[in-house]
Design a binder for this molecule. Structure first.
Ligand code: COA
Length: 136
């Protein structure tokens, strides 16, 4: 069953993200988690197996588009439909809030996940992402 995670799940979520290759030294994953669970326009959805956190999806919106980050399913729990379930729950969370579109970024070195998303009906968008760090 998918649940909304809270502050107490920070360490378990960060461990899952590290174990699934989603963290980077220059990003503050615990800070990302805490901001998402505290904010009014975001949530972290999670799935537990025997009490252990095995899946997450961070979902939120900026008033214009819905965004998903940190979709992760533990190695031991893959291939059971949890990734699909988490993306469906992220979509439902956005639909409930009348957001017209869901989108997310995929790192260019994570091409193996593209087939998964295409299989779920997501398509590449004709846009480039530009950015700049604001923390130093
Ligand atoms: C991507 C990820 C979340 C998939 O989780 P999962 O629980 O194994 O996926 P599911 O079991 O829900 O798979 C759903 C469907 O996609 C298919 N699928 C899963 N991984 C796939 C892949 N790499 N390529 C193609 N199809 C894939 C499954 O066969 C299944 O098909 P079906 O529903 O028709 O039977 C998981 O592999 C993961 O955590 N990867 C590492 C983290 C990551 O890269 N996250 C995305 C960041 S952008």
């Amino acid at each position: 069953m998918i649940q909304q995670l809270g502050e107490a799940d920070t360490a378990a979520a960060v461990a899952l993200w590290a174990g699934t290759g989603l963290t980077r030294p220059w990003n503050d994953a615990a800070g990302d988690f805490r901001r998402a669970v505290a904010g009014p326009a975001s949530v972290v959805l999670g799935i537990r197996d025997d009490g252990e956190l095995v899946g997450t999806a961070m979902v939120g919106h900026d008033g214009h588009r819905g965004w998903v980050y940190y979709l992760a399913v533990a190695d031991s729990a893959r291939g059971r439909g949890l990734g699909r379930e988490l993306m469906a729950a992220a979509e439902a969370w956005l639909v409930e809030r009348d957001l017209p579109k869901i989108q997310f970024m995929v790192r260019t070195d994570n091409t193996s996940v593209l087939d998964f998303y295409e299989h779920l009906g997501y398509a590449r968008q004709d846009a480039l992402v530009l950015g700049r760090r604001l923390d130093g």
